[in-house]
Design a protein around this ligand. Structure first.
Ligand SMILES: [Zn+2]
Length: 140
């Protein structure tokens, strides 16, 4: 049975993200895409999203790794393309981009939370790769 992500300490979170980060990097590198995510980065990212799903904002129950731009569509396993999501959103979004999948109002909310998560990530991780914060745009 899964342990609710909210109850995990940073050390437990690090232990539980290892395999999802490994698999995400493996899938990206097999597709010829950047595969640079570190488990520590993903722990900070989950915390930066307040341990909530990037899309529906519900508290995370399990640790998943969501590629905002799907690997099948050219997405990478780099910090600027990944986010935590719940199982339901991960399955329902499939190979769509956020702007394709979410309604315009929900996309606006998602974008605002994405910006907040990047500010919080910088604070947690002591910096954000320079190119990343302005790279993600609406127009995939
Ligand atoms: Zn969700």
């Amino acid at each position: 049975m899964a342990i609710h992500v909210s109850y995990l300490s940073p050390a437990e979170l690090l232990e539980s993200v290892g395999s999802v980060v490994y698999n995400a990097n493996l899938r990206a590198s097999q597709a010829g895409a950047e595969a640079s995510l570190a488990a520590e980065d993903y722990v900070h990212l989950i915390e930066a999203w307040d341990k909530r799903c990037a899309y529906c904002n519900h508290a995370l129950v399990t640790v998943l790794l969501e590629h905002m731009l799907p690997i099948a569509r050219g997405g990478s396993s780099a910090l600027d393309n990944v986010a935590p999501s719940c199982d339901s959103c991960n399955v329902r979004k499939g190979n769509q981009t956020p702007v394709e999948w979410l309604s315009p109002s929900r996309y606006g909310e998602f974008e605002a939370r994405l910006e907040t998560s990047r500010v919080r990530y910088s604070l947690l991780a002591g910096g954000y790769p320079v190119a990343v914060s302005i790279q993600y745009s609406v127009g995939y």
